[in-house]
Design a protein around this ligand. Sequence first.
Ligand code: C2O
Ligand code: CU
Length: 473
Amino acid sequence: MISKRHFLKGAGAAALAAGILPLSACKARVDARTHPIILNAAPAEAPLLGELEAGTDVWAYNGTVPGPTLRVKRGRELAVRLENGLEQGTSIHWHGIRIDNAMDGVVGMTQEAVAPGAGFDYRFTAPDAGTFWYHSHNRSWEQVARGLYGVLIVEEEEPPAVDREITLVLDDWRLDEGGAIHADSFGSLRDWAHQGRIGNWVTVNGKPPGDIPIRAGERVRLRLLNAATARIFALAVEGHDAHLAALDGFAVDPAVPEQSVLLGPGQRADFVLDATGAPGKHYALLDDAYTDAKPISFLAYSDEAPLREQFDSVPRLGETRPPPAPDLADAQAVDMVMEGGAMGGLAQARLGGEMKGMRDLARAGRVWAVNGVAGDLDTPLLSVERGRSVRVAMVNDSAWPHAMHLHGHHFTVLSIDGAPAPGAGRVWRDTHLMMPRERAEIAFVADNPGKWFFHCHMLGHQAGGMRTWVEVT
Ligand code: C2O
Ligand code: CU
């Protein structure tokens, strides 16, 4: 963790103003027997600068950023109708859900873009309880950056014993001096070849960071999501012992006391947080990914007397069953070399079936390559028979971090830079944040048939070629 922080700080991103404001998100309880939830993707205004300022023009689901928080019980069907009120094609991807391939929402792989004015019906069963999210998967480097995302909570049949849940969705916007989304820099190859579209304005639940009301003695489940398209967050709650209870939706069992968590784009973490602070006090949620610790919200204690003085042992979120354990002895193995970007030394890569030099690649907007292929999707990284175990030896041969996301499956990280990864075989993720020059080996059982996108969730990197796919036959 330390070395990761170090790198990020060295990268020296712009310092962020710490503003103030709270959270709210409309909730939609979903039941298979009711009509589908409608998600209308369309231009809207959002109070990114705060309720007292003029709204910012965004693209949003049902007019809010984040979009409505969808909740469904594990094993129950979710039915959502996407309506496209944008002037470009769109789709919805259900990030982290081990979903039926046809519902995965990947334009160009599992469906066509939904045309302006048209709609699409998503219908699937969520097999795992946990914190997930949904977002556009067409021109996502622009559509997600403009606000097209929301939280999807799959509830446990028997929710863990906490008093309350707090969901914090972090985002990072690039705003111009007037507070509008900086549109001219969408698609900037310079961004894509570096860290991606790093912004200058952080929001929590679509607003400037602010107070999160809490009462002393409460036990809270904190759900954190990094919805930014490039920024990494390293989060810690001042003055509290928090227990890390889930990563990317899957329980970390037993929950472990953890002072901080590093969240790459797309990643989630659930904490059980006991409000052991004093009534009337404020405690910061700190981010120190790139700079010295800066508050990005405050736990604002009410003056009420503590709800309880003593806490029981930390509850398990244990209802999510871990994916099947991969059989490492009989696994299909593949190497995955990620190259390119600024200071990467990529000399050439395959594009449109031909080897091209860096200049031609850049002209085509492709500055990243996986196994020597600059974003072409004609052949998969590997094709594997359903049920077979897979090991992927990943090498980040570049000067930048990458948040590598596999669709349709959760994997376990076996090793990092040759050393056994903490949580190997026990922690399951859908996105692994790889540091520059890192080598990591991941494994999973390819038990979900279909074509599964595998890409960097720094979405400019993805558009710039950091992408491939896995075929499960
Ligand atoms: Cu969250 Cu392919 O994306
Ligand atoms: Cu990347």
